[in-house]
Design a protein around this ligand. Sequence first.
Ligand code: NAD
Length: 372
Amino acid sequence: ASWEREVRRSAAPRRDGALSVLVTGAAGFVGLHCSLALSARGDGVVGLDNFNAYYDPSLKRARQRLLASRGVLVLDGDVNDAALLERLLAAARITHVLHLAAQAGVRHALRAPQAYVAANVAGLVALLEAAARHADPQPALVWASSSSVYGLNDDAPFSEDHRTDRPASLYAATKKAGEAIAHAYNHIYGLSITGLRFFTVYGPWGRPDMAYFSFARSIVAGEPVTLFRAADGAVARRDFTYVDDVVRGCLGALDTAGKSTGSRSGKKRGPAPLRVYNLGNTSPVPVTHMLAILEKLLGRKARKRVVTMPSNGDVPFTHANVSHAARDLGYRPATSLEAGLRHFVDWFVRYYKVDVGGGSADAGKTAKRKSM
Ligand code: NAD
């Protein structure tokens, strides 16, 4: 009973018209930032995360503590636990689900393929089942797909109607499967579902497995940074998107997710929406340029090791067209890579107590690791 009470308290909206949101993967990188932003504007938030060890679980626990300090409860639990989901939805009047729990990362799929199927396919189905069966209210779902669904597409910038039938990794294939599954659940149960194709999201409290984060760690530790080059010498380009921009896109998607077609004006309801949007930055940057910015911010040169790109699921480039998200969600990416990486490095040196030689992380000063 106290569990129910805690869930209800955390999920309770704190102003008129506010949402009551279940955020899965809330102790993850994007989950943290979305949960903070929702809570700050008065929406009720209850989180769910299984705190798996794909990367340092202590970072996930630190995010959980930060959320707890803002009154947001993040429960330990798995999205594949149907009984738990049912109990959660029954305990609080959840109006929206922001489903971010997933097995992320493209290369890890070479080692642990089943983890992708369990989290990204079975997990999504478990959540859709729970949402479909919960009638009062039936929550609208917003979930994270990925730019990786564009796969080997080369007609950039990618729009939502471009080809997604050539995934280059199992990760991409599970996100593409998720989009097909979303179609079926929208069709059968009339669930409102919005898929968001994130493009390489980065920022404070980020994911240690991503290139910008591991580059920063290697620079500080004096270890070599591995750069991949294609056989023709090209380095990968990514449409790096700052996390606060992505958060605004997620909140815009939640705010417009209800099946409100006609219902407010008393007319007959239209069909529940099934939508998909790119959330990118619209300006791809070579990974080597990203590394140069990090070197400048950390005041130290990287030791580079250039190797030929193995066939590991990475794609040569990503580039978003965001005109649909701009039109429907009011989405406007506003953060340059320089500004965004500065925010990341400021957090990174504080979190890991990195000595950057006197306070600020200016160029020319020596970065030294104290503890990591
Ligand atoms: P993340 O790994 O930091 O967050 C995911 C969280 O989900 C983790 O805390 C993990 O413990 C949790 N989780 C995994 N499986 C779970 C399960 N079965 N039950 C409960 N919790 C589970 O990743 P992120 O970067 O915050 O990504 C969030 C979402 O956005 C994911 O769906 C990811 O695939 C997608 N995405 C991210 C990016 C990016 O660049 N960060 C790009 C495209 C798509």
